[in-house]
Write a protein that binds this ligand. Sequence first.
Ligand SMILES: [Zn+2]
Length: 327
Amino acid sequence: MKTFRDIIGQEKAREMLFRGLEGNKLSHAYLFRGPGGVGKKSVAQAFSAYINCLAPTDGDICGKCASCRKFRSANHPDFLLIEPDGAQIKIARIRELKKQLSFPPFAAGYRVVLIPDIHVNLSRAEVANSLLKTLEEPAENTVFILTGDEAGAILPTILSRCQVVPFHALDENDVAEFFSDELSAPEAAALAVISEGSIGRAQLLQKLDILTLRQEIIEALLARRAEDAESVEMVFELTEKVLTIKNNLDDLLDLLTVWVRDLLLFHQGISELISSRDLLSLMADAARRWPVAVLFEQLTLLDRARIQLLRNCNRALVFEVLFFGLL
Ligand SMILES: [Zn+2]
């Protein structure tokens, strides 16, 4: 379980929550709203543990009291996480929740009901509306925390009953910091560039091992020339490998575009602005191989591939043509 100490960024959201606590104005329903993967659920858990901690110190939980121990073992009886057991939360689940709420909390603190991703999980009006009255007049010592994407549609009836706490995309340094234990600093920075300020998104890309794939592509291209007999087979092999990351092909194109731009910077001798720092050792060879004019052509090829993907062209063909063009 995350505590405030572990959470990166989102200072504004935290400040807003703490200000409410200091003024003794704990809202009975919060909506944490912002992009996916920026820490909404983590802050919700940290806040739930905090308001229940018996001896909070320095703006965080004590970690030792009975409540903290229960949170840590993920079985605090007054912390209710409502998630769908299918595509969305069903109305029966809301009825069951209301029944649970008709009993007082088990401990002396607050009962927290966390419903994540309501733009998906509570998008059916019928289900959302069944919750409205409870949101408006919740049981005593009960706090609702809903989370939702800023882009996703959230019913106005829900919105109007919640105190909205805005969450923001993280900056690249914050995302990189999150990966400082598992990745080298240059790798973490390279991943952060394509993360769009979302740790969740960066984690997904990290799971796909997209940085390694990018490096394999660049090394393979560097090792061959268009006229080599083996190049055809290499292009097919690379394409086959690339197609395994199905839904993130555009992210791979972004990474390759960043790489080409970095090579242009390298040519200009402006290496302090290079993002692909994990590939610095390849850059001298690559710059000798691909002069500036060729790199501009490569940027055009990458753009074309991106457009073709958007138009649902045959993906294998798109990447075969791209890789031949980049040789
Ligand atoms: Zn505690």
